[in-house]
Ligand binder design. Sequence first.
Ligand SMILES: [Zn+2]
Length: 327
Amino acid sequence: MGVIIGVDVGGTQIKLGLFSEEYALIKKWSCKTDLAESGRRIIPSAAEEIYRMLEENGIGREEVYGIGMGIPGPVDSEGYVRNCVNLHWNNFHVVREMKHFFPKAEIAAENDANAAAFGEYYRGAGRAFSSMMLVTLGTGVGGGIVLNGQILSGAHSIAGEIGHVTVYSDEESVCNCGNHGCVDQFASATGIVRYMKKLLAGTEADSMLRGLGKMTAKEICEAADKGDGLAVKCLDKCLGALGIGLGYFSHAFDPEVYVIGGGVSNAGKIIIESIEKEYCRHIRLAEKGAVFCIAELGNDAGITGAALLAGQKDGRALWRKELFMTK
Ligand SMILES: [Zn+2]
């Protein structure tokens, strides 16, 4: 029997999953990301966590046949990371580093949004489709594309990076990338709150959100769901930014489905409605556009996709998705 490990490395915590050969999640846990020594401690501490969990479960280190990792930044096909701000990495070879600890295992590394997309494609909301794009709406906006069972990362690892596609070029405030009017400035949780505050400040109109000192994207979505006019206007503008962006993506590679994940997607249907409204206005032959749905794996998408990537690199079958179809 062999096992496979999925690791989702974030700027504040590392999520880990121990999977069976059939990719059933046996155990998941997390630990703090150790950013000391310019991020040099991250991989050793993740490896130690894996050693500890294997020991606790009576599994030998040699039984690990693959370790997959999702990294919050671009990773090339060899597992090389030129720069990853969140992990303080510069010119870092993440695959080689992990290989020291598991010399016999196949090691895979991918951008985290791509890894999550891979998970949703094989085991989540995308499993009935052959082409899919995952968009994650969290603090920022991320994206990953899977076509015919393979991640599309592109020549410069920026394929699917919808966050910094410009949609509202008349926007005056500057995005953290230096441009103006990016999808990220609107459709992220931070962007939704920012725009709602702007709306409230610019009008006397009634809203159940008025007078709240702090508000969250979740509260704004809930207010919109209850019919709050300003909140609906906010979502239409903010998620409309994503709808316009996805219109561009449809014209570029025409996927069958867009899967929407990340914290903001927990609001459900109301999110999809606001995205689709603008999307349909921005693609030709709207009735032939992509299907939209909410992600299914939640926080496990990253570890699941990472484990599947290691399995794929090891030449193991990921199984035909049809076997997992419930629709
Ligand atoms: Zn930007």
